[in-house]
Design a protein around this ligand. Structure first.
Ligand SMILES: Nc1nc2c(ncn2[C@@H]2O[C@H](COP(=O)(O)OP(=O)(O)OP(=O)(O)O)[C@@H](O)[C@H]2O)c(=O)[nH]1
Ligand SMILES: [Mg+2]
Length: 243
């Protein structure tokens, strides 16, 4: 019974004002018929995302909700979600956005690869560029951010900023994600970088990313600057083995 439970996975979805998207993404995940639960980490969204999730929970025991008192950022939401997962018997822990940019149809492949690898990334740039509905400027920013991150840190992945990924439990047990202070893109880069430095095996699979159609983006300039500095911090700290 316990062995069977340990094979379960959890998809963590941070939300801030995702009322228009959350039902579809939750349904899309459960439609994959995988042994996965979902944890929504909501930061008191003014649009009432949390109460909508609560109403869905009444007839779906695999859906869980972590309510936080206010907007504290994506990285902090993931840290709380990961702590929640580690306090329970989940073997596979996924990150996914609520805005339907990440299609649940890729979850079977991510889960499949996680049986062999320690970290699996849903990558936009392993086979050319797979992004739909981004203005050219946004695409260039993302593409160069990945190149920059790769050159500075040496991390050998094409899409280190991707927010669609999965970890084996042992990775989160070991990487001390509580020390990952950053939010946004640098949270994503830092998690993969730390896992890679610890010798965990990272695999990328190709996904197509579709820009959100509903709701508002929470991307900001601050998030970009954070990543610009963070990659140098990661490089220097790891050179002196201080990470
Ligand atoms: N709990 C929580 N969730 C957040 C916060 N900021 C963003 N999110 C969620 O994190 C996910 C990614 O946010 P997005 O606004 O899509 O950011 P992005 O994907 O970098 O930007 P876009 O491509 O423009 O959509 C979404 O599910 C958001 O609702 C936050 O402060 N707290
Ligand atoms: Mg998005």
């Amino acid at each position: 019974m316990i062995a069977e439970k340990r094979e379960r996975g959890l998809v963590i979805i941070p939300t801030y004002d995702e009322r228009e998207n959350i039902q579809r993404v939750v349904r899309g995940i459960f439609d994959q018929a995988l042994p996965l639960d979902i944890l929504v980490v909501d930061d008191a969204s003014p649009d009432g995302t949390a109460s909508l999730v609560e109403s869905m929970m009444t007839d779906e025991g695999r859906l869980h909700l972590l309510r936080r008192s206010g907007k504290m950022g994506l990285g902090s939401a993931y840290r709380d979600g990961m702590r929640w997962a580690l306090a329970r018997e989940y073997e596979y822990i996924f990150e996914m956005d609520a805005d339907l940019s990440h299609d649940p149809k890729y979850l079977p492949s991510l889960l499949f690869e996680l049986k062999e690898f320690d970290v699996v990334l849903g990558s936009r740039y392993v086979q050319g560029v797979n992004v739909v509905n981004w203005p050219l400027g946004r695409l260039l920013l993302s593409w160069f951010a990945n190149l920059y991150s790769r050159v500075v840190t040496g991390l050998p992945v094409a899409d280190s900023t991707s927010g669609f990924k999965g970890f084996r439990r042992r990775v989160l047990d070991k990487i001390d994600f509580e020390r990952v202070r950053s939010d946004g893109y640098s949270f994503q880069i830092e998690m993969v970088f730390r896992a890679w430095k610890l010798g965990f095996r990272v695999k990328e699979i190709s996904i197509t990313f579709v820009e959100r159609r509903s709701g508002i983006s929470k991307m900001s300039k601050g998030v970009i600057w954070e990543a610009v500095w963070m990659v140098w911090y990661l490089r220097i700290m790891s050179m002196f083995r201080l990470l």
